[in-house]
Design a protein around this ligand. Structure first.
Ligand code: NDP
Length: 379
């Protein structure tokens, strides 16, 4: 079965290496926690209101600094860990990361007061507390998990690229290196705009339960590179020079298009939330529907579809499927499949939440003005 899946390379570890692989996430989680705690950060008010004070929650952001330090530690092998370790230990790390995520979930759920959800299983899955923070809001659990997940996504992709080069050398697939570049760029961009994350679904609607903990610490950090699990074992697809240029440049352009749409939409909403009357990029007039003391934006990118940012993520995931140059290989498409399923569900869920928050009448007025959910003219 393992050979059939083409991931035999993950099962070459010795017994002690496998045990080390299992504990790697725990060590990573602890190191990130300490580094994030110790390093300076900027304190900012968030978007979500703390029900105890009636004021926005406070956050301490230092993701970029933490990420760059971890990147340097990995690049110069400062801990003695080889470059390809994260990739080679993936299977054992996912197993260990999942076990630790279950333990964190139990702690995060049962140390909190019982909420509306009575089932213990569902309480663990969705979580009870909207936020958990430590040391006078020096560490916010959600933002901490995003720093771990994002940084590990990039490090796992880079580690896989090094592994691939060690196996194939001159015959390596350039798509694999561009793939690692895509995710490193994606994560750098995330940290540049870390504050924008405070205005997103996970912060607004999610609680600290298994869904979020495992999602950030294991899925985001380790499993997002699933296409590479299979594709790292394939050499340069060997296209003609003209087709190689078309494939690599075209796919990179698709990635940048997806990123621009997604980043543009997120920034426009962020600008609108902080300064409701300010033109986006000095150009796009904010138009909105007033719903009580809330405002529904419907101009610019938010006038084209109700979640154009998800379409941007879709283009970006399509570029990831295409960048390996093995267009019929199932592994290459796993990330796109995940993203399409996740965002189809999330859009429906967000729509439901928004109809509650803004009132069904006003939300219906918005749906009338902006007819498409994600893809203009299609869906
Ligand atoms: P959004 O940033 O769109 O957040 C949804 C919230 O925004 C709503 O609950 C609502 O909250 C507010 N909102 C929605 N529509 C409007 C409107 N028209 N006017 C005013 N406010 C509105 O979604 P996500 O948090 O899911 O996504 C954020 C980004 O992160 C996206 O680019 C997404 O693609 C990306 N992402 C990527 C993932 C990945 O795996 N690659 C995973 C998750 C996210 P309220 O009214 O309370 O402000």
């Amino acid at each position: 079965m393992i050979e059939l899946l083409g991931i035999g390379h993950f099962f070459e570890l010795t017994r002690s290496e496998a045990i080390m692989g299992f504990f790697t996430p725990l060590i990573v989680y602890a190191v990130f926690f300490l580094v994030q705690l110790i390093l300076p950060g900027r304190r900012v008010p968030g978007y979500v209101i703390n029900p105890e004070t009636g004021k926005p929650r406070n956050y301490r952001l230092n993701g970029m600094l933490v990420f760059l330090i971890m990147l340097i530690v990995w690049a110069f092998e400062l801990t003695g860990m080889p470059h390809d370790w994260f990739f080679r230990s993936s299977i054992y790390a996912v197993a260990g990361g999942t076990v630790f995520a279950i333990i964190f979930t139990i702690i995060a759920t049962f140390t909190q007061p019982e909420g509306k959800v009575k089932s213990r299983f569902l309480a663990c899955w969705f979580g009870r507390a909207q936020e958990i923070s430590f040391f006078n809001e020096r560490i916010d659990v959600k933002m901490y998990m995003y720093v771990v997940g994002g940084s590990m996504l990039s490090l796992n992709a880079l580690s896989g690229a090094v592994y691939h080069y060690q196996v194939f050398g001159e015959n390596a697939n350039p798509g694999v290196f561009i793939y690692a570049g895509f995710f490193t760029f994606y994560i750098l961009d995330y940290f540049v705009f870390e504050r924008v994350q405070l205005y997103t679904y996970d912060l607004i609607h999610e609680n600290v339960g298994f869904k979020l903990i495992w999602g950030c610490l294991v899925v985001y950090g380790w499993l997002f590179i699933l296409p590479l699990w299979g594709m790292a074992a394939y050499p340069n697809p060997g296209f003609s020079p003209a087709w190689t240029n078309f494939w690599l440049i075209g796919t990179s352009a698709l990635f940048l298009l997806g990123w621009s749409i997604s980043r543009g939409a997120n920034l426009q909403k962020y600008t609108f939330k902080r300064w409701p009357e300010r033109k986006f990029l000095g150009l796009i007039e904010p138009k909105y529907i007033q719903a009580g003391d809330r405002k529904i934006l419907y101009s610019g990118l938010w006038g084209v579809a109700r979640h154009l940012n998800y379409m941007g993520e879709g283009f970006l995931s399509l570029s990831i499927a295409l960048i390996f140059g093995y267009f019929t290989n199932f592994w290459a498409w796993t990330y796109l499949l995940f993203i399409v399923s996740m965002f189809s569900y999330r859009q429906l869920d967000d729509d439901r939440h928004c109809a509650e928050k803004y009132g069904t009448k006003k939300w219906a007025e918005y749906q009338e003005k902006v007819k498409y959910r994600i893809v203009p003219g299609i869906y």
